[in-house]
Each structure stands twice: as C-alpha cells, then as structure tokens.
Design a binder for this molecule. Structure first.
Ligand code: AMP
Length: 282
C-alpha cells in the first residue's frame, strides 16, 4: 500500500517509524518506465522506498516550460502503487518553499557547462530542491537517472560538500525500442517530431562507434554528431559535446573517460541525451 503525504510534517511522521534502509526517488511526475526503473532499484536495495513528485518551479529557466510540464496525480500514484513504493510525497509548492524561504544551493564548476550554460539557474534550482529533499527524508540512498548525467554529478558534488550522508546511485537510461530516451517531455512531440527524435541516439551511437574504431579527435566526433543531427529536418541542435567524464570540460583529444552529450530542440520541446565512452559502461 502506497501512502500519500502532502506536508513536511506528514512526511517526517511517516519516516519516523519506517524500516531502514530508506531509498529515495525524486521525480517531477508524469512517471514513465525510466522513473519506474529507479523505483524498482530502490525497492530492491532498501526496506522503505520513498518517491517524491514535485514539479520544481525553481529549476525551470523558461516559464512556459514550467506551466506546460505534464502533470497527472492519478496516473503517477497508480505507477507508484504498481512499483510498491511505500511513501509518496506530493507537496504543494509552499510546503517545499514555505513563506520566507531564502536559500539557494549553488554548485560550482561541474554545474557551469552544458545544461548549466544552456539553462541559466537550472542547476541552482535542482541542487536547492534536492538538498531540501535529502534533509527532509534522510535517506540512506537516492536514485537518479544517467539520462541526466550532469545532474548526477552536480548532486554528488552537493551531497559531498554539504556532508549529506545519502549515497547517490546512478541508474541506466531507459529507452524506447527505437532508442529515444524516455522523458516526460516526449508527450509534447508531434507524431512527425516523435518519428524524428531517435536522431539523438543515432548521433551518439555514430560518435561512440567512430571512437571505438579509433577516432580520438574530439572535433571529429562533435562534427559527426552535429552532421547527423542537422541531417534531420525537424531537429534543431543546441549543443553537442565531447567532455572530460569527470570535469565536463570540453576535450581536444579523447584520451580518457569521456561523456558524449547533446541537446536538441524539436519545435518548443527540448530533449537531451548522452553516452559515456572510455569507461566501464562505455
Ligand atoms: P524527472 O521527473 O524528469 O525530473 O526525472 C526524475 C528522475 O528520473 C531523474 O533522476 C532522471 O534522471 C530520471 N530519469 C528520467 N528519464 C529517465 C530515463 N529515460 N531513464 C532513466 N532515468 C530517467
């Protein structure tokens, strides 16, 4: 049975006698199989699984992206129930940011490139809300998707620096059969855009394969991704990146663990994806 909680006080009370270890899965709702894989993993690792569903206004740098973000409480609660989530925190905005709230958690260098550069303020919003969630839940582990690779790195940095004892666990990206990474924003794609969207994965795989065949020039890999994306008429690439897998600084030569990543617009809908290379998972 999934218990739904709305206030900070209800959440704290429910956690007081919850069996440990506790696993936390933070989400913005409109749950899909990517979220459900995190819940499944949390449930397998922990005695209590807590999911949070909160469309966090502070992490949206574009107001219309926030207002049109898909929401359905009934649908999300059914998914939590099906995954055996014990506690779901579904707070109104003022429970997360009560009157007088006046703190921003701002992570340094790792939050600056890529999504940090493309979406000013985004990672401040993410780090701030995740710090609140970590503080409230006091979880032993928290589960995040590799689909948002830089987000995982930002949250790890934040938890380490603020001496938060929650272990940050990264889970593999869940994809549609044609390679498109599941995302709540996919619902906004028109049928034509949806048919074109697997180009993100194709560009990443093309670069990964070129790297596996021996290419070490980062520019050559960036060019290949850019050309693959621009060959798709409906795709408007925002950036392509071949970055150091630890610092996310752009590389000249791929002589270490690296992250291939990209952001692409289809009309008003912005999609991101990534692929690690040169690591155990790459
Ligand atoms: P969101 O609701 O989009 O904020 O995502 C909540 C969590 O689910 C984040 O840790 C995401 O990285 C993760 N997530 C989103 N999409 C996927 C996916 N396709 N595969 C795995 N994890 C995902």
């Amino acid at each position: 049975m999934t218990t739904v909680l709305r206030t900070r006080a209800e959440l704290r009370a429910a956690l007081a006698d919850a069996p440990r270890p506790v696993g936390l899965v933070p989400t913005m709702g409109w749950l899909h199989d990517g979220h459900r894989a995190l819940m499944r993993r949390a449930r397998g690792d922990n005695a209590t699984t807590v999911a949070t569903i909160f469309v966090n206004p502070r992490q949206f740098n574009v107001a219309t992206d926030y207002t049109r973000y898909p929401r359905s409480e009934a649908r999300d609660l059914a998914a939590c129930e099906a995954e055996g989530v014990d506690l779901v925190w579904l707070p109104p905005v003022e429970e997360v940011y009560p009157a007088g709230f006046d703190t921003t958690v701002s992570v340094g260098a790792i939050a600056r490139p890529l999504e940090g550069a493309a979406r000013p303020g985004h990672f401040d919003g993410v780090a701030t809300v995740v710090a609140i969630l970590f503080g409230l839940v006091g979880a032993d582990r928290a589960y995040f998707g590799q689909k948002d690779a830089q987000q995982v790195m930002v949250i790890r940095q934040m938890a380490r620096d603020l001496a938060i004892g929650t272990e940050v666990v990264a889970c593999p990206t869940v994809r549609e059969p044609d390679g498109l990474a599941l995302s709540s924003r996919n619902v906004h794609l028109t049928p034509e855009q949806r048919a074109a969207a697997p180009v993100l994965r194709r560009a990443l795989v093309a670069a990964r394969d070129r790297w596996a065949a021996g290419e070490r020039s980062a520019d050559a890999l960036r060019d290949l991704m850019w050309e693959t994306l621009t060959a798709e008429r409906l795709a408007n690439p925002e950036y392509v990146s071949v970055a150091d897998g630890e610092t996310l600084g752009e590389l000249q030569t791929v002589d270490r663990q690296a992250l291939l990543s990209l952001a692409v617009r289809f009309g008003a809908t912005r999609l991101i994806d990534n692929e690690p290379i040169g690591s155990r998972t790459g």
